[in-house]
Ligand binder design. Structure first.
Ligand SMILES: Cc1cc2nc3c(=O)[nH]c(=O)nc-3n(C[C@H](O)[C@H](O)[C@H](O)COP(=O)(O)OP(=O)(O)OC[C@H]3O[C@@H](n4cnc5c(N)ncnc54)[C@H](O)[C@@H]3O)c2cc1C
Length: 378
């Protein structure tokens, strides 16, 4: 293989390019990315970057060393897998022997056409929110997943009056009831209002924005941020024949064709909950390593086999988790008082694996991982 193109310059694209070089690939390597920036840490955007003084630097990653040709600020708009040609929105065409698809996801909105309904995915969104937080009295966050709750936490800390629109307990689907309850109690204690049912429409009203709920309630706020999920950046693949029901379903090595792989948020991988996208930082990194090796080594590359690691910081609670999420019911092991003082928890999952969680508890990740694998002797 002499010529490899990576589409997307997020963490999956960067990791894949690095891994190709680490595996000895010394051919022509090109990365095409829609964003003009070098890859950066998205997780930092909704955490430390929002309350940094001066220039924002929390998101910066070390300079890439893969030496690829980088075509930035340019979008891929088409793929022809018969002739192995990519078409870019600047009219350029790129041919390849190997292709890595790492084009990520983008947020969904209630009204695609409205600027007053903000979403939060990239560096520019973080700068805009950081600036707004200096002077915004009221904020409505639509959707109470992890991102929505991290944003709500930052808004409360900046002194805004915050309402979160959510049909269910915040983060229930992602974390499970036990942990979701701890986090929503902390949010309520800091003054966050939770309202349901779902928001169905958003409209600009002078300098403010109105949010219409299913039951006819209308909320008004200076800033409305929607965090109701995402959609994969796959429009450029619609004609390619690589999509299954709109998703990019890869095999256990990230493969779609022998010379085409996908990794990161855009890829639907096999999980214990079925084939699905796993939009998490460490998942993107591990998938990208496997996909890059597969492109070079085929079936000699190891299959994807990693344990999820996740973290969040919000409302004074810093959670780290190793193992499958969500966790069901009460933990089988608890040290400390979760939500009140530093705590370490462990769940036995139905499939025999374990999930270990620390909340405001200082523990190295390898130790947390070890706890997820082996219950402590009582
Ligand atoms: C605010 C925020 C906080 C997060 N916090 C956490 C956290 O605490 N823990 C955690 O585990 N995960 C977190 N995540 C998720 C994590 O950041 C993602 O899983 C990870 O960044 C995905 O990387 P990726 O490279 O697959 O996708 P992306 O980072 O989305 O990169 C894809 C890139 O491809 C570009 N692109 C798209 N279409 C095209 C095209 N047609 N042509 C060229 N380029 C294209 C996009 O512009 C983008 O730059 C967070 C995400 C966000 C947004």
């Amino acid at each position: 293989m002499q010529r490899i193109v990576v589409v997307g310059n997020g963490i999956a694209g960067l990791t894949a390019a690095d891994e190709l070089r680490a595996q000895g690939f010394d051919g022509e390597l090109t990365i095409v990315g829609q964003e003009v920036h070098a890859p950066y840490s998205r997780p930092a955007l909704s955490k430390s970057a929002l309350h940094e003084e001066g220039d924002v630097t929390a998101h910066l990653l070390p300079e890439p060393e893969h030496g690829a040709r980088e075509i930035l600020g340019v979008r891929v708009v088409g793929l022809d897998i018969t002739h192995n040609v990519l078409t870019l929105d600047n009219g350029e065409e790129l041919t390849f022997d190997g292709l890595i698809i790492a084009s990520g996801i983008r947020p969904r909105k209630i009204r695609e056409d409205l600027d007053c309904e903000m979403t939060f995915r990239n560096f520019e969104d973080a700068l805009r929110l950081r600036e707004s937080l200096k002077s915004i009295p009221s904020v409505v966050v639509i959707g109470a997943g992890v991102l929505g709750m991290e944003i709500a936490s930052n808004c409360v800390a900046a002194g805004s009056d915050v309402t979160v629109v959510s049909r269910r307990i915040p983060m229930l689907a992602f974390m499970g009831d036990y942990l979701a309850e701890i986090f929503s109690s902390a949010a309520r204690a800091q003054g966050v209002h939770f309202v349901g049912p779902a928001a169905v429409d958003v409209r600009a009203q002078g300098d403010q924005t109105e949010v219409f709920l299913e039951d006819g309630t209308v909320l008004t706020a200076d800033l409305v941020i929607t965090t109701i999920g995402d959609q994969p950046n796959t429009e450029w693949l619609v004609e390619s024949g690589l999509l299954t029901n709109g998703e990019l379903e890869v095999d256990s090595r990230g493969r779609l064709r022998p010379h085409i792989v996908a990794a990161g948020d855009v890829a639907a991988i096999a999980t214990v909950h079925g084939n699905q996208r796993v939009p998490l930082w460490t998942s993107a990194i591990e998938q990208a390593k496997v996909a890059a090796r597969t492109l070079l080594l085929g079936d000699d590359a190891d299959e994807l086999n990693f344990q999820h690691y996740f973290w969040t910081d919000q409302f004074g609670l810093s959670l780290k988790a190793c193992g499958d999420f969500p966790v069901t019911g009460e933990p089988s092991y608890v040290e400390g008082i979760p939500g009140v003082e530093p705590a370490l928890l462990r769940w036995e999952n139905a499939d025999g694996t374990g999930t270990a969680v620390s909340i405001n508890y200082r523990i190295p990740i390898p130790k947390l991982r070890a706890l997820s694998r082996q219950a402590p002797a009582l």
